[in-house]
Design a protein around this ligand. Structure first.
Ligand SMILES: *Cc1c(COP(=O)(O)O)cnc(C)c1O
Length: 493
């Protein structure tokens, strides 16, 4: 611990705030509001400011350093998004307002739906779900509604590749379905033979991430979709990796019937630490009517009615809320996480179609650059050109006692956030690296240098790694104890 905490520098009588002299009669405070003992620290304004700024700097953040946390797309979040989200026209509205008085908000939601339709190649989009996992659950419920409406009630199995994110089986299980794991093949694709063996009339559908969590494009994507559709199942797309596809491939064209977007990942909202997120769901023609609602629709106005609007008449609104025809209902109070919509909308409008495509091209380029540099030293289990991320295997042949966790912790000493570790589960000691498109070549080079240095240290001084990190506010934790008996507040020594 470098600096003392505010409790430790407390000095009786010291204050950060000075109130003006009392110019009203003094009255007794109600007894129930008073406590005998409230040991608040007494500090000056500057102490207080330093305390909070210091606390804010104890965590690594994308605004303070490189954050290659695979699968999480920790890109830099442009500050203009925050400006837009803080505009009083947005912040001073309330979800209970009549739709005629919030036409601007509804227009933003409508246009965001339209952008996401275009980007994903879908017939309709609902902005309701609050995160990716929530979108998955929503999509599974829509698939269930589809099968039920057709009287197809034998279907109980959701197929999920063994490389999938843990939320996929969790969402399926929450819907009451049985999860069947599908193996990956030698090249990191869904194993077609294994898939074929499971395709029958009890299949609800397949949940597929493409590019998958190995950072690899599913090479037999079209065959996979054909197999699933052929047995009457549906294709759910986990869109967490859409950052590799913008303007290049549309999930709808690849055969997905329903897919969630992670606005907070692909479309830049600060995330981690619990939110807020947003996981809109896009659906094909077939599934659009089951989307959760309400969604925003735009009314085509008749000729004569234009004047009323120009004269400030809100009696004739353009945008209104509507439930899709066979909607599964609401999955969220009100209309979704509106603040995240504003940020995603701003991001999309700032970049435009050409800019978004470049995002994906640069993200893929950055990942392949790192891969080319690091594979010389770190084992690469699936040797293919990667998409926006890639997965290495931690243990180095020349340093078998050093594990992925040691490499990850040591990276913190070099000022980098560690990659995602021990996921996906099919790679032993996985190190999953996603640089994103927002980092400079210099930053990528510095990261490579640190990784190569760590590989040397692993051989020469493994204990340095076993005990890392050395320079952070807290050093190596007993992670089991930290999870079971967390210390969540400071107490006097
Ligand atoms: C992040 C992620 C999810 C879950 O999304 P949340 O928004 O965190 O709920 C699902 N699948 C993959 C591959 C992810 O990376």
């Amino acid at each position: 611990m470098t600096e003392p905490l505010v409790f430790e520098i407390s000095s009786p009588g010291r204050k950060a705030v000075f109130l003006p002299e009392l110019d009203v009669p003094e009255t007794e405070l109600p007894q129930e509001l008073l406590r005998d003992d409230l040991p608040l620290p007494e500090v000056s304004e500057v102490d207080l400011v330093r305390h909070y700024v210091h606390l804010s700097q104890m965590n690594h953040a994308v605004d303070t350093g490189f954050y290659p946390l695979g699968s999480c797309t920790m890109k830099y979040n442009p500050k203009v998004n925050e400006e837009a989200a803080r505009l009083p026209g947005f912040t001073r509205t309330h979800p209970y307002q009549d739709h005629r008085t919030v036409q601007g908000n509804l227009r933003l939601m409508y246009e965001l739906q339209e952008f996401l339709k275009e980007i994903g190649g879908f017939a309709a989009v609902s902005l309701q779900p609050a995160a990716g996992a929530h979108g998955e659950f929503t999509g599974i419920l829509m698939m269930r509604a589809y099968h039920q409406e057709r009287g197809d009630t034998r279907r109980t199995k959701v197929l999920i590749p063994d490389s999938a994110h843990g939320t996929n089986p969790a969402s399926s299980a929450m819907s009451g379905y049985q999860v069947v794991e599908i193996k990956s093949d030698q090249r990191g694709n869904v194993d077609l033979e294994e898939l074929r063996a499971h395709c029958d009339d009890t299949v609800v559908g397949l949940m597929l991430t493409n590019p998958n969590t190995l950072g690899l494009f599913e090479e037999q994507m079209l065959e996979v979709a054909e197999l699933i559709h052929g047995c009457g199942g549906l294709m759910y797309g986990d869109g967490a990796n859409v950052n590799a596809l913008l303007g290049i491939a549309k999930p709808g064209d690849l055969g997905f019937d329903v897919l969630h977007y992670n606005l907070h990942k692909t479309f830049s909202t600060p995330h981690g630490g619990g939110g807020p997120g947003s996981g809109p769901v896009g659906a094909s023609e077939r599934l659009a009517k089951y989307l959760p609602g309400p969604i925003v629709v735009k009314e085509v106005k008749e000729q004569g009615s234009r004047r009323a609007v120009e004269q400030g008449g809100n009696d004739n609104p353009c945008y209104r809320l509507q439930m899709p025809q066979a909607s599964i209902g609401r999955v969220k109070a009100f209309y979704g996480n509106f603040g995240v919509f504003i940020k995603a909308y701003t991001y999309i409008r700032m970049l435009g179609a050409i800019g978004l495509k470049q995002v994906s091209e640069d993200a893929v380029l950055a990942a392949n650059y790192l891969l080319a540099k690091l594979r010389k030293v770190y084992p690469l289990p699936y040797d293919r050109t990667c998409m926006h991320e890639f997965v290495l295997s931690g243990p180095l042949p020349q340093a078998p006692d050093v594990h992925t966790v040691d490499i990850a912790k040591r990276l913190m000493d070099y000022g980098f956030h560690p990659p995602t570790v021990y996921f996906p589960l099919i790679v032993p000691e996985a190190l999953m690296i996603e640089p994103t498109e927002t980092e400079s070549k210099e930053t990528l080079d510095a990261f490579v240098e640190a990784m190569l240095k760590i590989a040397e240290e692993a051989q020469e001084n493994p204990d340095l790694l076993h005990q890392a990190p050395h320079t952070t506010p807290v050093t190596r934790l007993d992670e089991v104890r930290a999870a079971r008996q967390p210390v969540l507040r400071w107490k006097p020594g």
